[in-house]
Write a protein that binds this ligand. Structure first.
Ligand code: SF4
Length: 471
């Protein structure tokens, strides 16, 4: 066990795990300014989270802050070399007048100013009738939340813009289609203790929060995320899940997921990682997150310094479209990679968003440039109301064929279907093995040309070959 881990052994997350009740940063205009360190602040919890912290400051209170905007940043909130793309800069100036660059680059500020209702959304986007109707109907079932940063990447006028489609509801998500389910992967069935999924023998998925900074309209865990359910995510439950892992010597790999684990404070995250690191048979930790994409400000030096104490630690980052590859995201991935964290991408194939070879190739090339290895391309899970996002499987195969051999091998993710009912990930690939001709295998290359590979199957042939090699 690394020395640093020992030093964190007695870390306890303050109070009830994840629970805040309200966003303390709302007082950015008031009492929070008295805080000497942002380390004392808590992130929005899983229990209702942001409370009163609404976009009121889009036109109001944020402006009152400008006098404090450029105060020296306290330890832990420092963002190394902040970068901003021109579009985001213009958006901040227009919709968050008076908000400083420093505030904008504070992840807690971003969380507290998430866009979560129709009024806030209609200030920054021209909402269409369909979207308005969907928001009115879907808000109770599937909450809306978009960080100001991610909102800055949305097209104000075009409801069909890929990024906008992934976070702004449409009435299509109110349509239930055959084969859809609230828990299509039967995670609840493979859950020996609440908040933990044990499907494969040597690894478990640990759901550490139901909170995400930005909610995707196609989320597989829509049944859980954003509900602020105290009964589902709390400290006793988490301790039970950790005890289960301790008592399961076959588990060598723990994936922290949720919700988004990177919406927890550094302190809570470190508490979790240190507890897991103490378990001798846990060799490998992973974090599944979309924070570097929708909340790149979350990747602070304080965070990366803490994370690197818990190696081997890997990270799977949820990317959707090349438009997400901004300078901010590049900086976030650079910081994580510099901390020695191997980065892989997970992308859901979505109709009208990224379902073509060109968009996917651009995304995969862009990921390699920012040191992220394309890992999985997922067929969209059949959650309730997802038909408009799901493509035929053939489309996914076509995209992989359009990549394999046509670009760097590292740029080709594995296309998988997470089998409904709990069958796990099943790789989908157009077979390159077209048949056999005697002792030759017939193989098809990426251009469709047939090649032969000697692969003798006759017993005599094999024995002869072995004999010859020994003689
Ligand atoms: S980030 Fe992941 S868990 Fe959160 S809403 Fe999107 S898909 Fe769901």
């Amino acid at each position: 066990m690394p020395e640093e881990v020992v030093s964190t052994e007695d870390l306890e997350p303050p109070g009830t795990y994840g629970g805040l009740g309200e966003c303390k940063l709302k007082s950015i205009t008031g009492s929070a300014q008295q805080n000497s360190s942002t380390e004392d602040l808590e992130p929005p919890g899983t229990y209702g989270g942001l409370g009163e912290c609404k976009l009121k400051s889009i036109t109001g209170s944020a402006q009152q802050n400008s006098s404090n905007a450029d105060k020296p940043r306290p330890k832990g909130s420092y963002v190394p070399r902040p970068r901003a793309n021109a579009r985001t800069l213009a958006f901040r100036r227009r919709f968050f007048t008076g908000t400083s660059f420093t505030e904008w680059n504070d992840w807690r500020w971003q969380l507290c100013h998430r866009i979560t209702d129709i009024d806030s959304l209609s200030r920054i986007l021209m909402l269409f009738k369909d979207e308005r109707k969907a928001i009115a109907h879907s808000a109770q079932q599937r909450p809306i939340a978009i960080t100001p940063y991610y909102a800055s990447l949305l097209d104000k006028e075009n409801p069909l813009q890929p990024l906008r489609r992934t976070v702004v509801p449409s009435t299509a998500e109110l349509v239930y289609s055959p084969g859809e389910a609230t828990d299509p992967l039967a995670e609840e069935h493979d859950s020996p203790v609440p908040g933990l999924v044990h499907r494969y023998p040597d690894r478990v998925l640990l759901m550490v929060t139901d909170f995400c900074s930005t909610y995707c309209r196609y989320c597989t865990r829509a049944r859980l995320v954003g509900n602020g359910s105290k009964s589902r995510f709390n400290m006793p439950q988490l301790k039970r899940a950790i005890a289960y892992i301790e008592g399961s010597p076959g588990v060598r790999d723990v994936l922290l997921s949720g919700g988004d684990p990177l919406t927890l404070s550094d302190q809570k995250l470190e508490w979790l990682l240190s507890r897991l690191r103490r378990i001798r048979h846990v060799e490998f930790l992973r974090i599944g997150t979309k924070a570097p994409v929708v909340l790149p400000q979350r990747i602070t030096l304080a965070l990366t310094r803490m994370l690197k104490r818990y190696h081997p630690l890997w990270m799977s980052i949820h990317f959707t479209h090349p438009d997400e590859l901004t300078p901010e995201v590049e900086r976030a991935c650079e910081c994580l990679a510099d901390a020695g964290i191997p980065l892989g991408s997970q992308t859901v194939l979505l109709a009208g968003v990224n379902d073509n070879v060109e968009a996917m190739k651009q995304l995969m090339h862009g990921l390699l440039r920012i040191r992220v290895k394309p890992y999985y391309l997922y067929q969209c899970d059949p959650i309730v109301g997802s038909a408009h996002f799901r493509t035929p499987v053939e489309k996914g195969m076509e995209i992989i064929q359009g990549l394999r051999g046509h670009t760097t091998g590292y740029a080709v993710p594995t296309y998988v279907i997470d089998a409904p009912g709990g069958g796990g990930k099943i790789p989908m690939a157009a077979t390159s093995l077209v048949g056999r001709d005697g002792d030759d295998l017939l193989l098809k290359n990426y251009q469709g040309h047939i090649y032969r590979y000697p692969d003798p199957i006759s017993e005599v042939g094999s024995k002869e070959a072995i004999k010859l090699s020994w003689d």
